[in-house]
Design a protein. Structure first.
Length: 628
């Protein structure tokens, strides 16, 4: 889920190079959190009053220990172990859980909720990151304030417009640029620790715990604000397949965590020495002469962080389509050398619209911070629950061991979710609303697809029965050539084949029943994608299996099938596709509103020939009406 996909490049990269790449992609989001995390935590604690030393120490302690417990212990130590053949992310955890427990409804719902929450978070990250950076200009030129929103929207539009051309070239610069950014965080923080060395006491969890206990329920909004420091931590796991576990861990231990810790300590020391700096401690750490360069560099860093989120959304959407959670969508591959470089026009347009609306609706990063956090904490909690099922049932950990590792994290994340829920009416409703709508959409698509599959089976003719009935049939015209019938059910006669026999009364010399399936593995090697089963001289079954992160290119897979005996010349082959239309029913298992939603989704789905990369001039589509 990133603009750099070195994990599957044609040429193996060194661990150092992969670690550098991960600094630019994996850590872009969490690396820009110092722009606003401490500022918002102090604002929630002081509510306009001068910052007290106990509050500053407590909040910085909470920031550091969230980085230690959630980012380091949970993701770097524990969750990175749960790789699905090298890939990570919520859907990879779902696939692992299904491998152990089967396709249980509860697991599927968890995966759907986690994926929906990811998209709820994805629309906020570009908005708050770019806004916070552009707002830094007002510290240099106060009169720039009226232009913050237009400039922010301009940057965002340019960023999304660039997606169609791919990011292969510029992505090579992400690592070095973000490495300089983290060096700047570390140097500025280290310099300002001397402002008040008492801040080093924040390395102890005691000031943070004291802050929580002494403030009681009033500490919840503060906890919801300081949580901003670990937004983006889930990218450590999501991007594992692109960089590998070891490079991501090395980058965190030696670059990212030390830089973030020093930045927060430096900001805290500055506020201890000058409480008025609480209004924007990050930018006020810089001397006035360096402020323009810092603002410019912060803007570049936030654009990189936003780019990682956007391409992450493309990857998650692609996985969701492959796993049958969303309708087919048009996917463009923007690189011939880097696997996973994709662009999804529909997703790009939806994200752009949502991000621009957010910027216009909230108007500032401080206001937008109220909407941030709920979706992220929810997604983190889903990851913890799915990890429990994987560790317990796939890896056979004992229940006490699995609970000992994950239950404390779940308790912390439940507390963080509750803290963020205090911001629900101030904007937190937004990502939850987006996530809820996506849950409805995905559940409707899964349910509708299952019902249609059941109806298709009920009305179908067994393939073996049809083949037997065709032996010696005299009313059919037997023609030379090859016909490929794509179908979801390999044991029954494809509707397109039945329609062709009924209306055209034609049977080709060679007929291939092609079934395309998606594995719960991220990638299936080309030499393992195709399985051939000879039925008769004229009929052959072809099973094609793609990984949920693979490009479902059927002609390319069929080229591999030629080595297995399939007589196949693409420009001498007719591909028969069944195109369904739907009619609503009062007796459907789905309520009327859900039927209408499902039908609307089928109309937006990318047509099968384009999705499977079939040559347009070799495709014949035959219609079929189905009553839902």
């Amino acid at each position: 889920m990133s603009p750099v996909t070195t994990g599957h490049a044609a040429r193996p990269a060194s661990t150092v190079a992969l670690a550098l790449g991960s600094v630019g992609v994996v850590y872009g989001d969490i690396g820009t959190s110092p722009l606003y995390a401490l500022r918002e935590g102090l604002a929630a604690a002081t509510r306009g009053s001068p910052a007290q030393s106990g509050d500053v120490l407590g909040i910085v302690s909470l920031l550091l220990w969230l980085l230690i417990l959630i980012a380091t212990f949970k993701y770097v130590v524990l969750i990175l172990r749960a790789d699905n053949r090298g890939e990570g992310g919520t859907l990879s955890l779902l696939a692992l859980g299904q491998r152990a427990l089967g396709k249980r409804r509860g697991l599927l719902i968890l995966g759907i909720v986690g994926t929906s929450l990811f998209f709820g978070d994805a629309i906020i990250t570009p908005a708050i990151s770019v806004l916070s950076a552009v707002e830094g200009v007002t510290l240099i030129v106060p009169s720039f304030a009226p232009y913050v929103i237009p400039v922010t929207i301009g940057i965002i539009i340019a960023l999304f417009a660039a997606q169609r051309r791919g990011t292969e070239g510029i992505s090579r610069l992400f690592g070095p640029i973000m490495l300089v950014w983290f060096a700047m965080l570390a140097i500025m923080g280290l310099i300002h620790i001397a402002d008040d060395p008492r801040i080093l006491g924040a390395f102890s969890p005691v000031p943070g715990l004291q802050f929580l206990f002494t403030h009681g329920a009033s500490a919840l909004p503060v906890l919801g604000s300081v949580f901003l420091a670990i937004t983006g931590a889930e990218a450590l796991y999501a991007d594992m397949g692109h960089f590998g576990r070891r490079p991501i861990r090395l980058a965190w231990i030696f670059v990212v965590f030390p830089s973030l810790a020093l930045s927060y300590l430096g900001q805290g020391a500055l506020v201890l020495a000058d409480p008025s700096a609480a209004r924007d401690p990050f930018f006020l750490m810089a001397p006035s002469w360096a402020l323009p360069a810092l603002v410019a560099f912060a803007t570049v860093a936030t654009v990189i962080a936003s780019q990682a989120v956007i391409t992450g959304a493309f990857s998650v959407a692609h996985q969701a389509v492959q796993m049958g959670l969303l309708p087919r969508m048009e996917v463009h591959h923007t690189s011939e050398t880097q696997h996973g470089q994709i662009y999804i026009p529909r997703m790009n347009a939806i994200l752009l619209l949502c991000v621009v609306v957010l910027v216009l609706a909230f108007g500032s990063s401080a206001s937008l911070a109220t909407a941030y956090g709920i979706a992220v904490t929810g997604e983190m909690l889903v990851t913890t629950i799915l990890a429990f099922f994987v560790y317990r049932y796939l890896w056979k950990w004992s229940v006490p061991l699995a609970l000992a590792m994950l239950a404390p994290l779940a308790v912390i994340e439940i507390g963080l979710f509750a803290a963020n829920m205090t911001k629900f009416l101030e904007g937190g409703y937004l990502p939850l609303t987006v996530a809820a709508l996506l849950v409805i959409v995905m559940i409707t698509w899964v349910r509708g697809s299952r019902i249609m599959q059941e109806k298709s089976r009920a009305d179908s003719v067994p393939l073996a029965t049809l083949i037997t009935s065709l032996n010696g049939s005299e009313h059919l015209a037997h023609v030379s050539g090859t016909a490929m019938f794509l179908t979801a059910e390999s044991v029954v006669a494809p509707p397109a084949l039945l329609h062709n026999l009924k209306h055209n009364q034609v049977l080709h010399e060679r007929n291939y029943i092609v079934t395309v399936a998606t594995s719960n593995a991220p990638h299936v090697p080309p030499n393992e994608q195709v399985v051939i089963e000879m039925l008769t001289d004229g009929f052959t079954r072809v099973f094609i299996t793609f990984g949920y992160m693979d490009d479902p290119n059927v002609p390319r897979a069929l080229m591999m099938a030629r080595k297995l005996g399939v007589k196949f010349e693409i420009m001498a082959t007719s591909f028969f596709i069944n195109r369904r239309s739907y009619k609503l029913s009062d007796k459907s298992a789905m309520p009327g509103w859900q039927q209408r939603l499902y039908v609307a989704m089928t109309k937006t789905a990318t047509n099968a020939p384009a999705y499977y990369h079939l040559p347009p001039n070799r495709v014949i589509e035959l219609g079929q009406q189905i009553v839902i």
